[in-house]
Write a protein that binds this ligand. Structure first.
Ligand SMILES: Nc1ncnc2c1ncn2[C@@H]1O[C@H](COP(=O)(O)OP(=O)(O)O)[C@@H](O)[C@H]1O
Ligand SMILES: [Mg+2]
Length: 212
């Protein structure tokens, strides 16, 4: 995916200023930056939850900057996987049912996916019986169930201890390295950055590469 000259403002304040970003298939990048610097806004644009005011967003070589709501909804469902700080599981559905609820692609075996993420013994459990790390791994599995080519994570380890956070980060980077997906992770946790291929910082609305 590629952003070209993307700018965005809220209430006359420029939050993103001429952002250029290219994330290749197979690449996992981290985005860091102070609170309020525009990280989430950037991720919402990448996730087709927000239209960039200016500039171009190319997803799988296609210009998706100005699609209508229905086209954006379909792309979100099929091409983008989201992971947030909290798992946001539905309390009355089992682990397997959380995935089946949004599964579009019947060729993906949800059980196999959960097994890959170390959750094979939790298929029929409700969220309240899971640990924090397990809940977040269910959220990762749910993000993968429609085989999206772009995975977006906003502070996915912020509510986890180090070991569980590390495991989630490694699962996300494996999606890039083993499955050829593009993975973008916003994180405050410097201890997780080594898992990513590149690290970029947002400061005053601009994006700077700090490590590659
Ligand atoms: N929906 C919105 N309406 C108005 N201002 C917003 C909105 N969303 C974010 N902002 C502002 O944009 C700036 C960047 O926010 P955000 O992207 O959430 O930053 P970060 O995720 O880096 O903390 C902040 O000043 C925030 O107050
Ligand atoms: Mg944020």
């Amino acid at each position: 995916m590629r952003l070209q000259h993307v700018s965005h403002q809220f209430d006359g304040q420029l939050v993103l200023n001429n952002i250029n970003l290219n994330v290749s298939p197979g690449e996992c990048i981290a985005i860091v930056g102070p609170s309020g610097s525009g990280k989430s806004t950037l991720l919402y644009i990448l996730g087709l939850l927000r239209k960039p005011e200016h500039g171009t967003f190319l997803l799988n070589e296609r210009d998706v900057s100005d699609l209508d709501e229905e086209q954006r909804r379909l792309l979100r469902l099929h091409e983008v996987g989201f992971v947030f700080q909290q798992a946001h599981l539905i309390p009355y559905l089992t682990v397997l049912e959380q995935l089946e609820l949004i599964q579009e692609n019947r060729n993906v075996d949800a059980k196999e996916l959960l097994q890959e993420l170390g959750l094979e013994h939790r298929l029929h459990h409700l969220p309240m019986t899971l640990s924090g790390g397990e809940k977040q791994r269910v959220a990762v599995a749910r993000a993968l169930v429609n085989s999206p080519r772009l995975i977006l994570a906003d502070e996915p380890t912020a509510s986890l201890d180090y070991e569980n956070g590390r495991r989630v980060m490694e699962l996300l980077s494996q999606q890039a390295h083993r499955k050829g997906r593009s993975v973008v992770v916003i994180t405050h946790d410097e201890r997780m950055l080594d898992v990513c291929d590149r690290v970029l910082r947002v400061i005053d609305g601009t994006l700077t590469e700090i490590r590659n």
